[in-house]
Design a protein around this ligand. Structure first.
Ligand code: SF4
Length: 426
């Protein structure tokens, strides 16, 4: 967790455009994204260069979720490193050699910077370049920032993918391709691949792919559709390589998935009739799965505290497909380039607040007494103790929630705390 302190008591007025708030923050840092990135990219190792705090975070957050030998570790900076008395690069070389000795089959290694390594200005980009030379291409080294300085935890993925963009092969062919950017669970990726195939859209690539050997090509004929809303820097880097960004909402819920696929289909000039034919059955299944549980969420007052950057698409799903009432919709960052399509689907009077001033936001939550507050892990428990029902937003990062077939599970994730509340009611 990181916290920065300053004070803002600016009252928030209802408005369509996001308002900004600055103050205390309570979010996980980008190292957290290693949990889903290392599960997705199955031939990469993540070496965090950080402090004991970073090691504890990774160990406790990710350690419990794996049963095989982990593909992540922390090179712990000692006091002498932090004081500038030791050559950190020698230490990195030593730890890297240790990792490779233990895992001789390893072919890709990410050096991940943290708050401490960034504060002492340890240059991991240079370290990666040096190691690439040293190992003569036998092992590929990349670097990215996982620090929590002014960032939220999903930005770890954005930083990782953005750093991969310069390594993507150049595609100069005239054939259009679709590139889906953003980590998706394998099961969801497979479902989307089948749908794209039935629609006649292809070739389709994913970033990240399951193997770093399959880095997707990019060029002027690449159409990028984002699967995750927090990839603003990655999207800009891909545009910088000549790709174009498809404007679309995110594939959450029946409607979000339908419109996300439709945006891709229009880009590839797929006819409306064919699109309707291919999507009819999975769309009906998704709508049915949501309808089974909708009554639990209908009319429920839901607040979002800023955390994962998934807040806008989730709120749109809860409002439009589940009939919930939106109270304050907090988001750590609002990137117009990646969120315009979502903003257009939200009611005009939605109160969106960008940034965080934790104490004022908690005061407003306590005053409003929502039926459900979607928030970070560290805030949820105190709110539960006060009698408010909460949903951990980080849980939504670890669950397959995208696509038609997962629309019912997504609905259920929000119903669960409400059902528990009913069961516990005296
Ligand atoms: Fe804490 Fe920063 Fe390390 Fe994250 S990167 S665990 S915020 S010190």
């Amino acid at each position: 967790m990181n916290q920065t302190a300053s004070i803002s008591d600016v009252p928030i007025e209802t408005c369509a455009a996001p308002q900004q708030e600055i103050g205390e923050r309570a979010v996980f840092c980008g190292l957290t994204s290693i949990i889903w990135l290392h599960r997705k990219i199955q031939d990469a190792f993540f070496l965090v260069v950080g402090s004991r705090t970073c090691a504890h975070l990774i160990q406790s957050a990710a350690g419990v979720m794996i049963f095989a030998e982990p593909r992540f570790a922390t090179a712990v900076l000692q006091e002498r490193d932090l004081a500038g008395l030791a050559d950190c690069h020698e230490e990195i070389d030593r730890v890297v050699a240790q990792v490779l000795e233990r895992r001789p089959q390893l072919r890709n290694l990410f050096l991940v910077s943290s708050c401490p390594s960034e504060v002492i200005k340890l240059d991991l980009e240079n370290a990666a370049a040096r190691l690439n030379q040293q190992y003569g291409g036998r092992i590929r080294f990349f670097d990215y920032s996982g620090s929590g300085i002014e960032t939220t935890f999903t930005q770890g993925e954005d930083s990782c993918l953005r750093r991969l963009v310069p390594h993507l092969p150049q595609d100069d062919s005239a054939e259009p391709r679709l590139l889906v950017a953003g980590t998706l669970p394998d099961i969801v990726e497979d479902q989307f691949l089948r749908l794209f195939d039935e629609l006649g859209i292809g070739p389709v690539d994913f970033l990240p792919a399951r193997s770093l050997d399959d880095l997707p090509p990019v060029g002027r004929q690449t159409h990028v559709v984002l699967a995750q809303p927090y990839l603003g820097d990655t999207a800009r880097a891909l545009i910088g390589r000549g790709a174009s960004l498809v404007k679309a909402p995110y594939p959450l819920g029946a409607e979000g998935t339908l419109e996300w696929l439709r945006a891709a289909a229009r880009t590839f000039a797929i006819s409306d009739d064919h699109f309707a034919q291919v999507t009819a059955a999975p769309l009906a299944r998704a709508r049915h799965a949501i309808a089974l549980q909708r009554k639990r969420l209908e009319g429920k007052r839901i607040a979002f505290l800023p955390d994962s950057q998934l807040e806008l698409p989730l709120a749109r799903f809860l409002k439009r497909e589940c009939g919930a009432e939106l109270l304050e919709l907090g988001t750590p960052y609002f990137d117009r380039q990646t969120l315009t399509a979502e903003l257009e689907l939200l009611p005009q009077d939605t109160r969106i607040v960008e940034g965080q001033a934790l104490n004022s936001q908690l005061d407003r939550v306590r005053a409003a007494q929502p039926d459900l507050t979607v928030c970070g892990l560290g805030i949820a428990n105190p709110l539960e103790a006060e009698g408010l029902r909460t949903k951990w937003s980080i849980e939504l990062m670890f669950s397959p929630i995208q696509g038609f077939e997962q629309a019912g599970d997504l609905t259920e994730l929000f119903c669960r705390p409400l059902v528990r509340n009913e069961r516990l009611a005296v």
